[in-house]
Design a protein around this ligand. Structure first.
Ligand SMILES: Cc1cc2nc3c(=O)[nH]c(=O)nc-3n(C[C@H](O)[C@H](O)[C@H](O)COP(=O)(O)OP(=O)(O)OC[C@H]3O[C@@H](n4cnc5c(N)ncnc54)[C@H](O)[C@@H]3O)c2cc1C
Length: 571
């Protein structure tokens, strides 16, 4: 067994992880001993896929303001966001954009040379700063390049972390499986920042990379940390049918229309002022209603769809502003958006929920912070606005990096390691899975999980379907115990990776469904057909889910309201 140790462990190398590493390295002038651990190659984190933009109020002279950005975010969240968090976020964002500019990112520009901004859903000002439709790729590149200036950072690429070790409510290490060598081991550390991203691969029709399976959330949950607001899953209105690949909201920001099978721009009926640029929850529900009422188009495997029409934008604008979208539509669907509309429908796109943290990104355990999509800092509440997520990764990557540096000034000792727990974990990961025998197939179980989440915990929900889902997820968990693994090796064993990920996803699916079943109201991304109204008197509160072997135990905590009392949400 390998034993490694570093002062600061950063679990995840997406935007949140890299921004945190950079902040900690910068504040300590490269003197801090930092490890960045990722189950993928560093630049294969899902963040490189971010397309449309990063939101910031940059132009007070033209009418935008920090307060307006904050208000749009609070209203978009259907009033479930913590307003102190939102204010801090909006105030920090202009600095993050300029910081990236100084770190060399090629932001798209206006003709006069200033940084350009495009419209995005739910924002009342053109606020999404972008680099063509490859914003995440360029942000990752700028952060990674800048990180090279500092010493002290060690990379552990393709190290699959299997558990977070907490003793007496204090962080002490991570167990890992080195995918390339097959070795198992532990990395000890004084502090941890969890930046493992979202969990939307629990769903079948999703915009997410195959690696986005919520491991960090599941490991934190099993280690005793609460997950917050897991029932709130964002469905993006324009997943390409049938692959689910994202067609960025910027396509509508640039002026694209959504049309039904009568050729009507149906969003006019649902959101008269914002039309296609209403927030995602509203557009996703509207599309589903059009499809359910027979105004969609028949798609493969039941994936009925509506059209996203960009033709009127013209070839020049599409080629300059949306080159990736055009490439994707041509390569995957043999459709050129310059001459034909693109088939789209709502796709699982973002986990509003995550590991419960306070406004500084700190979890309830000593020495552990979380940032980015893995965390739930309550910035997005019940529905995230587009372009606010990459932004959140930057702001709370920076904040948690700085917080940890301060913590480590006083915390000089590596916490003791519970030796037997590392051995037990190694047994669980290898012998535990390899010993399984039976007729079940792991990939069939995974497909069934994804189908049932799509069908029973999707855009619209009912008590009956959620109860069925709860029962079926439990059964899938039992069946997984009887799924033998064909590959019994330790090196790049993708069967074993899939089995561990599936176990993580089953635990998280339980928290999504339990939260959704209990929350008898409709708010943001959580739409109950049997409780269609928002109910502030009973449900203006955050859900916390705690792990128990029988399933999640739920508790509730209040929402922080500073400036804005909840009002009816209209667009
Ligand atoms: C297609 C697409 C387009 C998007 N476009 C935008 C946009 O335009 N604007 C916007 O604001 N947001 C956008 N988003 C959302 C945004 O990109 C993500 O929320 C954000 O990038 C998440 O970053 P992260 O750092 O939290 O996690 P990720 O980038 O997902 O990184 C997670 C890291 O954790 C590591 N990890 C996970 N589990 C383990 C494990 N068990 N062991 C070791 N390492 C592990 C992974 O290897 C990876 O390095 C988009 C999302 C998608 C999917």
């Amino acid at each position: 067994m390998q034993e490694l140790s570093h002062d600061l462990l950063i679990l995840g190398s997406g935007l949140a992880g890299l921004r945190a590493a950079l902040e900690a390295a910068r504040q300590t002038k490269g003197k801090l001993d930092i490890a960045i651990i990722s189950k993928t190659q560093l630049m294969r984190s899902h963040s490189v896929c971010a397309e449309g933009g990063t939101a910031a109020a940059l132009r007070p002279e033209e009418g935008d303001s920090l307060e307006l950005h904050a208000w749009d975010t609070v209203k978009g969240s259907d009033f479930l966001a913590d307003q102190d968090v939102v204010e801090r976020f909006a105030a920090a964002m202009p600095g993050e954009i300029l910081q990236l500019e100084h770190w060399g990112i090629p932001w798209s520009r206006k003709p006069d040379g200033r940084i350009d901004q495009r419209p995005f859903g739910g924002h009342s000002f053109d606020r999404a700063v972008y680099a063509a439709d490859k914003t995440g790729f360029f942000e990752m590149q700028a952060l990674y390049d800048t990180l090279q200036k500092y010493g002290g950072v060690v990379r552990y690429d393709e190290y699959y972390v299997t558990s977070i070790l907490i003793e007496n409510n204090r962080f002490c290490g991570l167990t890992f499986w080195n995918l390339a060598t097959g070795e198992f081991g532990v990395i000890r550390g004084k502090a941890l920042i969890i930046a493992t991203g979202g969990a939307c691969r629990i769903y079948g029709f999703t915009t997410y990379s195959y690696t986005v399976t919520g491991d960090g959330m599941a490991m934190a949950y099993r280690a005793g940390l609460p997950l917050k607001d897991m029932e709130f899953v964002q469905f993006h209105p324009t997943g390409l049918v049938p692959s689910g690949i994202l067609i960025t909201e910027a396509a509508r920001g640039e002026g694209g229309y959504l049309t039904n099978n009568r050729g009507e721009r149906f969003m006019k009926e649902y959101a008269a002022s914002k039309i296609e640029l209403a927030p995602r929850d509203i557009v996703a529900r509207s599309e589903m209603i059009e499809i359910e009422q027979g105004r969609g188009f028949a798609g493969p495997r039941g994936l009925d769809y509506v059209n996203l029409d960009l033709r009127h934008l013209g070839a020049d604008r599409i080629n300059e502003r949306l080159p990736l979208i055009r490439e994707v539509a041509i390569k995957f669907n043999d459709i050129d958006p310059i001459t034909a509309p693109i088939p789209v429908r709502p796709a699982a796109h973002y986990s509003m929920g995550g590991i419960h943290v306070n406004i500084d990104g700190k979890t309830p355990a000593e020495g552990i912070w979380a940032a980015g999509e893995a965390a739930c800092i309550s910035l997005h509440g019940a529905n995230r606005l587009g372009a606010n997520s990459t932004a959140e990764c930057l702001v709370w990557g920076g904040i948690t990096g700085g917080e940890v540096v301060r913590y480590l000034q006083h915390e000089r000792h590596l916490p003791a390691l519970p030796a037997d727990r590392v051995r037990e974990e190694e047994q669980r990961v290898f012998a535990g899975f390899f010993r399984r025998k039976g007729k079940e197939n792991l990939y069939t179980i995974r497909q069934e999980l994804r189908d049932l989440m799509d069908n029973k915990a999707g855009v619209f929900r009912t008590a009956r379907e959620l109860q069925e889902a709860q029962e079926e997820i439990r059964e899938l968990g039992q069946r997984l115990q009887e799924a033998g693994l064909t590959d019994q090796s330790r090196i790049y064993n993708t069967d074993l990776i899939s089995a561990i990920e599936l176990e993580n996803m089953l635990d998280l699916a339980q928290t999504i469904v339990a939260g959704a079943l209990t929350r008898e109201e409709s708010r943001g991304g959580h739409a109950r057909r049997d409780f269609p109204e928002r109910d502030d008197s009973n449900w203006l509160k955050h859900t916390l889910a705690y792990y128990t072997p029988q399933g999640p135990r739920l508790e509730y905590i209040p929402v922080a309201i500073t400036m804005w009392q909840p009002v009816e949400r209209k667009y």
